[in-house]
Design a protein around this ligand. Structure first.
Ligand SMILES: [Mg+2]
Length: 318
């Protein structure tokens, strides 16, 4: 089965939103049967800040045609002011109000939080999928991801997590689900762009757990499920790599083992959707996904602009 890039763009953005929305429900319905019943009963699957910020990033990339930290910061702030009820953590609103009251840049404000260390939360990785799609195949994709993180998650680990997640999405987009997935190679590429010890150590452990076929009950507590990016992104990657050919299994693995369920779902399913394409997402779930048509339009727009960007790049180098 050949997957088109367009299908991967849609699969990643819609898949991540489904992971987020179903993951959020899993806080109240933490058992598989009860969760699936609730998903089946829900008229609308409502997403949280993870998807709201991913859509903000996608819009900013589409509008500017590149990553622009200040423009992205303004977009995030406007989106937050319009929908503050989406479940944002404390960091972003603190940064937004500091920028508003002092006129400093988003990066300056982000560096000051958490006693001047910046956030190492998973908030930059949870939203970064559109950037991994937009810059797919470009050698500085991971640098763009770090820059996108820096306006809210300026700690080196927070930025590194976003770089690894964006790279995983770009990598998954290029792979063909009809061919065997080389799991070890996939993680090795991520290790290659990782620049911090906490993330590198977890990727090493991830490789070990996958090679010994460790079950999720064992992997989850070892890899972590907290709001820190080095304690959640590795288990999200585990969920994808454990179930590369089954979107639903990947999603359930990510959200049914406790911790930061919505963000685990968003990160795992962004990679799974990029790999499998939109056709692999459950139709009945997509039919209930909040703002699905808007997301589809944005994914198609982003795909078109990414293609145009690559066309220009080829033209310039010729
Ligand atoms: Mg959330």
């Amino acid at each position: 089965m050949e997957k088109s890039l367009k299908s991967g763009f849609m699969g990643s953005m819609l898949g991540s939103a489904l992971g987020d929305a179903v993951g959020e429900l899993a806080f109240r319905f933490p058992d598989k049967g009860a969760l699936l019943d609730e998903v089946g009963r829900s008229r609308t699957l409502i997403y949280t800040d993870d998807t709201a910020m991913a859509l903000g990033l996608a819009r900013s990339l589409a509008e500017v045609g590149d990553l622009d930290q200040e423009q992205l910061g303004k977009r995030f702030r406007r989106d937050f002011e319009q929908e503050p009820w989406r479940g944002y953590a404390q960091g972003p609103p603190t940064i937004f109000s500091r920028v508003k009251s002092t006129g400093c840049t988003y990066v300056e404000a982000a560096r000051r939080i958490f006693r001047g260390e910046g956030s190492l939360g998973n908030g930059a990785a949870m939203r970064v999928a559109p950037l991994g799609l937009f810059f797919h195949g470009e050698p500085d994709l991971h640098k763009k991801a770090r820059a996108s993180a820096e306006i809210t998650h300026a700690h080196p680990v927070g930025m590194d997590g976003a770089a690894v997640q964006a790279t995983a999405v770009g990598l998954a987009l290029h792979l063909n689900p009809g061919e065997p997935l080389d799991i070890e190679k996939f993680v090795t590429v991520l290790q290659g762009i990782s620049s911090t010890t906490p993330i590198r150590e977890k990727l090493h452990l991830l490789k070990e757990l996958l090679s010994t076929n460790a079950p999720p009950q064992e992997a989850a507590p070892l890899l972590g499920r907290t709001v820190a990016v080095h304690e959640s992104l590795p288990f999200a990657l585990y969920a994808f790599l454990k179930h590369p050919d089954a979107f639903e299994e990947c999603l359930l693995c990510a959200v049914l083992h406790g911790g930061d369920r919505d963000t685990l779902g968003a990160m795992a399913c962004a990679v799974s959707g990029a790999y499998l394409g939109v056709e692999a997402l459950p139709r009945a779930w997509l039919d209930r996904l909040e703002n699905r048509q808007y997301m589809e339009g944005l994914a198609l727009d982003l795909h078109g602009r990414s293609e145009a960007r690559k066309g220009k790049r080829v033209f310039r180098t010729n």
